[in-house]
Write a new protein. Structure first.
Length: 498
């Protein structure tokens, strides 16, 4: 009688697993799938690596006059985060990898700080010292992180599988993943990311911590120079007297504060006044919708404009009436632009066009985008007239982006609002369009929304000679009832070094 091949196989499996006290039937039924085993090993490696970094994957090292704590953390986007307590944090898009470098500035060493205060000439050598400190700290962090990742994955692998071979495989896989992450970070390393930092924290410290746009563009050479500048700024903030320094603007840079769509929010004047002081603003440009209904009863809301500390250029929005415009013409320090009229303030020439529609008036049917395009064409024609007269315009202003787009090719920069959404683009014929969000958080009507609308405004840095845009800071504040603050630095692509 022929032997049953299946029975023979079954008997061999039973004899093998009987010696290991395991049921052959359960072994056949419960044997894990190869993909499940691989997924389980990966989960163990990732968890063990994370625990290892969490426990021992950090380095405490001095950087110039500061004591810092450098740490590698798992991340989906990578980058570098510099925490400057209590001021806030700087985020830099330095690399793309599943690891992020966190640098916590714990405290300022009083001895080293006092030495810098008493011997300012030592600042000239600070950049080399900082570069060396960062390199030494980064090297030590890399070695410690490798040990932490491999040890964590191996230890967890041994605890889960209780087999040395599996534990070593987990450690090897962790090392391979860390190496791949390091290669990815090296390949995508972007030293110029320091030119466009994102600051979150106390708004009053943003100009000093982020730095000066004109100086960054003109003086940027290599990464360590800007790192030294950052350390110097932080040193100034944490000097021996524990007082914030006065922000010294670059005399070759003009600062323009762009606001829009305030919509009767009284808090806006306090915010604008603070920004004028902190950033040493030369001129404020308001692209309209300062009011909500445009009635004469609202006019007293505009009175604080005269005390903001900077010239105020204004164009009419679709919520601003002729009554509003007439009242503003009578306020000290206010320049009202309409029908392509232009004004020169501190050497900066600005032309503007009021919105052709007043939408709160329900007795008149709104004409929509066609009316806006016609207004934009009239503004473009006025810009050409200014060019022919030898008085070219540096910035054009219109409330509605539809009208602003008609100026493409006639002016370097055009400002708009209306949409309550911030946007920047270079149009087909080279004109840069900047649409600002609501500087009043949508006004008091925002209380009707489920979530508060954020307050948005921007500081534009212009070359004082050419009047061309060098950089801009986008400032975003929490809406009604919120106290968050965020500042993001941006540079036009054509102005970036190299």
């Amino acid at each position: 009688m022929a032997r049953d091949p299946f029975r023979a196989t079954y008997l061999r499996v039973r004899r093998h697993y009987r010696s290991h006290r395991v049921s052959p039937t359960s072994a056949l039924v419960h044997a894990p799938h190869p993909y499940a085993r691989a997924l389980g090993l990966t989960a163990v490696v990732l968890l063990g690596a994370w625990l290892g970094l969490l426990i021992v994957g950090s380095v405490r090292t001095p950087v110039g006059p500061m004591d810092t704590n450098m740490t590698l953390r798992p991340s989906l986007s990578g980058g570098t985060k510099i925490n400057v307590s209590p001021l806030g944090a700087l985020e830099l898009n330095t690399h793309i990898a599943p690891i992020r470098l966190d640098v916590d500035v714990d405290q300022l060493d009083p001895v080293r700080s006092q030495a810098l205060v008493e011997h300012p000439e030592r600042l000239s050598g600070l950049q080399g010292e900082v570069t060396g400190d960062v390199s030494a700290g980064a090297t030590e962090l890399a070695v410690r992180s490798c040990v932490a990742v491999v040890s964590g994955a191996t230890a967890l692998g041994l605890a889960v599988y209780r087999r040395p071979r599996k534990a070593l495989a987990a450690g090897g896989l962790a090392l391979a993943l860390l190496t791949a992450s390091g290669v990815s970070a090296y390949v995508t390393w972007n030293p110029k990311s320091v030119l466009e930092p994102k600051f979150s924290g106390l708004l009053s410290s943003a100009p000093s911590v982020v730095g000066n746009a004109r100086s960054i563009v003109a003086e940027f050479d290599v990464y360590q120079k800007e790192l030294a500048r950052l350390v110097t700024n932080v040193t100034k903030l944490y000097d021996a007297t524990s007082t914030l320094p006065t922000y010294q603007p670059d005399p070759a840079t003009m600062r323009v504060l762009h606001v829009s769509d305030i919509h009767l929010n009284p808090a806006s004047w306090h915010i604008i006044g603070s920004l004028v002081e902190q950033y040493d603003i030369d001129v404020i440009i308001d692209s309209g919708d300062t009011m909500d209904h445009g009635t004469g009863a609202e006019n007293s809301f505009l009175d604080p404009i005269s005390d903001l500390g900077a010239p105020y250029i204004w164009v009419r929005g679709n919520h601003d009436s002729a009554v509003t415009q007439k009242y503003l013409r009578g306020l000290k320090g206010v320049r009202v632009l309409d029908e392509g009229s232009a004004v020169t303030v501190d050497g900066l020439r600005v032309a503007g066009m009021g919105d052709p529609q007043f939408t709160p008036d329900r007795s008149v049917e709104a004409e929509g985008d066609p009316a806006e395009r016609m207004a934009g064409m009239r503004l473009a024609s006025a810009l050409r007239d200014q060019e022919r007269a030898g008085t070219p315009v540096d910035i054009a202003v219109a409330h509605n982006p539809v009208a602003a787009r008609e100026t493409d090719g006639e002016v370097p920069l055009v400002l708009a609002g209306h949409t309550h959404n911030r946007k920047t683009e270079v149009m087909k014929y080279g004109t840069r369009l900047r649409i600002e969000g609501s500087s009043g958080g949508g006004g008091l009507r925002a209380l009707q929304n489920d979530k508060p609308e954020k307050v948005r405004t921007s500081v534009l840095y212009l070359d004082r000679t050419t009047k061309r845009l060098q950089a801009w800071d986008e400032i975003t504040l929490g809406g009604l009832g919120l106290t968050t603050a965020e500042v993001s630095r941006h540079l036009p692509k054509e102005n970036r070094p190299g």
